[in-house]
Design a protein around this ligand. Structure first.
Ligand SMILES: Nc1ncnc2c1ncn2[C@@H]1O[C@H](COP(=O)(O)OP(=O)(O)OP(=O)(O)O)[C@@H](O)[C@H]1O
Length: 243
């Protein structure tokens, strides 16, 4: 559950008058409710659903960035660093500095990092930008580095939120090949995507979320068919029994 406090002001004029004195309202959003599922080691699971369904919140909870306000999450293994979700970068520091700090935070030794650094930088293809402050990066450059760090730190569980990846067509292909490699090597992967093609190609399981609840979990083909039908006929006309 997210709790947001905000100032309730009816008009712009009264907003000006009441600067600093406004009444504070608390707004609660239940991003996920009664979500319960298990994922076996070695499974690539796709997470699908409309905007605001709770996909990113679920990933943040699994990564430990947002602890659940109710219930629990058991994670056996090392989850790809927070950088995978693009939230761990310090924009004042250069790409190189962020990679090194991120690696150290993920428990890597200096020697391991030295070895990995070149691979990470090479994969991200940022050229001399790797030594520039990250605030000067385009969003595509930013997500290229985040993806590269995530896949090269050898996590047991890889979390990828495609919504955050704005890499160009060439990088997207390269990233897809890398994800395929992870999936083939029996790695565990959570892939949030609006591309049903990516989910079908890369995942052996699929979870469909809607308004914070699990609508369906199973084979990607089956879940995607149900989700597509849901999008076609609309929420009111849809029943899972028809599938
Ligand atoms: N930081 C936040 N503070 C308050 N509410 C939030 C916050 N982040 C997300 N929410 C709310 O939680 C719900 C789920 O959002 P979430 O980002 O998890 O959805 P999503 O499925 O990833 O959507 P999208 O496909 O648009 O990326 C939404 O109602 C959203 O408004």
């Amino acid at each position: 559950m997210y709790r947001t406090t905000f100032e309730k002001v009816p008009t712009f004029k009264s907003a000006l008058r009441r600067v600093g004195r406004g009444k504070r309202e608390v707004h609660e959003v239940k991003a996920l409710t009664d979500v319960s599922f298990e994922v076996d080691h070695g499974t690539s699971i796709g997470i699908i659903g409309s905007n605001g369904a709770g996909k990113s919140s679920l990933m943040r909870a699994i990564a430990g960035i947002l602890p659940p306000s109710e219930g629990r999450i058991e994670v056996h293994g090392r989850v790809s660093t927070l950088l995978a979700l693009g939230v761990g970068f310090n924009r004042k520091l250069s790409g190189r500095e962020n990679v090194i700090l991120g690696g150290l935070a993920a428990g890597m030794t200096h020697a391991e990092l030295n070895e990995r650094y070149d691979e990470i930088a090479e994969f991200a293809e940022l050229g001399e930008f790797i030594d520039m402050p990250m605030r000067t990066y385009s969003s595509g450059m930013y997500s290229r580095l985040a993806f590269s760090v995530a896949v090269h730190l050898n996590p047991d569980i890889l979390l990828i939120d495609e919504a955050l990846s704005t890499g160009d067509a060439k990088f997207k292909q390269k990233a897809a090949r890398k994800m395929r490699e992870v999936a083939d090597n029996a790695g565990t992967m959570f892939l949030v995507s609006h591309s049903m093609r990516s989910i079908k190609r890369l995942c052996s399981q699929c979870l469909w979320l809607h308004k914070g609840q699990v609508m369906m979990q199973g084979e990607p083909e089956e879940v995607i068919a149900a989700y597509s039908k849901f999008l076609e006929v609309g929420e009111d006309a849809f029943t899972l029994d028809d599938m």
